[in-house]
Design a protein around this ligand. Structure first.
Ligand code: ATP
Length: 239
C-alpha cells in the first residue's frame, strides 16, 4: 500500500441550510494523480475550499500528510506546502511574469530560485518569451500557465488544481495536462485535479472520482472510468 497524502472521510459542508457536500470519501496517495470530475454545481470547488478550511467541514475528517487538518484555520493549512492553483487563475495582473514567479518562490525564501525558474521555462517556454510582460496582459492560457508555474515555484509536495483547462483552447489545455503529467513522472509530484474536461483529466489520472450533487457516485482507475457508459454519456459529449 502506498503512503497516503490526503484522506477525506465522510465530509459534509453546508452553505446555510443547504448541503453542498454529503459524506465525501476520497484518497490521494503520495505520487498519484487523482482527478475529480462532475457537472456544474456538483460541489467540486466546495470540496477544494473545504480542504483549505473555508467552508469548514461540518462532519467527517480531512487528514493531510498524517495531520488532521479538519478544524485547522486556513492560514495554518496554507503553511503545509499544499500549493493551489485556484479556479479563475488569480495571478498578480500588474506584476510581470518574473515578479509573479518571484512571489511563488518567496515561500521557500528563494532557496532554489534560479534552478526552479529554469525548470518553469523548460516546462512553459511561452512564459520565458513573456518574462517582462505584465500578468494581466497575458492570454487566458498564458495566465493559467503562470498560475501553475507560480504554484510550483513554492516547491509543493502536493498540488491542487481547480479546473486548469477552464476556458482554454484545446491545444493549450493539452499542453497544461502534459506538463502536469511530466512533473508527476519526473518529480513524483502528487496532484489532485478537479475538472470538467473529463477526457484529458481522466486519461492523465491514475485514479478518478465522479461527483454528483455533493456525493461521490463512481470511482476507479482513470482509464477505466473513461470506458464507463455513465461517464461517457454524462461527461464526454458525443462519447
Ligand atoms: P462548477 O464546475 O460550476 O464550478 P462545482 O462542482 O465546483 O461547480 P460548487 O461551486 O462547489 O460546484 O457548488 C456546489 C453547490 O453549492 C452549488 O449548488 C452552488 O450553487 C452552491 N454554492 C456554492 N457556493 C455557495 C455560496 N457561497 N453560498 C451558497 N451556495 C453556494
Amino acid at each position: 500500500m502506498t503512503e497516503p497524502m490526503l484522506t477525506i472521510r465522510g465530509v459534509t459542508a453546508y452553505y446555510g441550510a443547504i448541503a453542498a457536500l454529503k459524506g465525501v470519501d476520497i484518497d490521494v496517495a503520495k505520487g498519484e494523480i487523482v482527478t475529480l470530475i462532475g457537472a456544474n454545481g456538483a460541489g467540486k470547488s466546495t470540496l477544494m475550499m473545504t480542504i483549505f478550511g473555508s467552508p469548514q467541514a461540518r462532519d467527517g475528517s480531512i487528514v493531510y500528510d498524517g495531520r488532521d487538518i479538519t478544524r485547522m484555520p486556513t492560514h495554518e493549512i496554507a503553511r503545509l506546502r499544499i500549493a493551489q492553483s485556484p479556479e479563475g487563475r488569480r495571478i498578480f495582473p500588474r506584476m510581470t511574469v518574473l515578479e509573479n514567479l518571484q512571489m511563488g518562490a518567496a515561500v521557500t525564501q528563494f532557496a532554489h530560485f534560479d534552478e526552479d525558474l529554469r525548470r518553469m521555462f523548460d516546462l512553459f517556454p511561452r512564459l520565458k518569451e513573456r518574462v517582462s510582460q505584465r500578468g494581466g496582459t497575458l492570454s487566458g492560457g498564458e495566465q493559467q500557465m503562470l498560475a501553475i508555474a507560480r504554484a510550483l515555484m513554492s516547491r509543493p509536495q502536493f498540488l491542487l488544481l481547480d479546473e486548469p483547462s477552464l476556458g482554454l483552447a484545446p491545444l493549450i489545455a493539452k499542453q497544461i495536462f502534459a506538463a502536469i503529467g511530466e512533473l508527476n513522472r519526473t518529480e513524483g509530484l502528487t496532484v489532485f485535479l478537479v475538472e470538467q474536461n473529463a477526457y484529458h483529466a481522466l486519461k492523465l489520472a491514475h485514479r478518478g472520482y465522479v461527483m454528483v450533487n455533493g456525493s461521490i457516485t463512481l470511482s476507479g482507475a482513470g482509464r477505466e472510468l473513461l470506458e464507463r457508459e455513465e461517464v461517457r454519456a454524462a461527461y464526454l459529449e458525443g462519447g
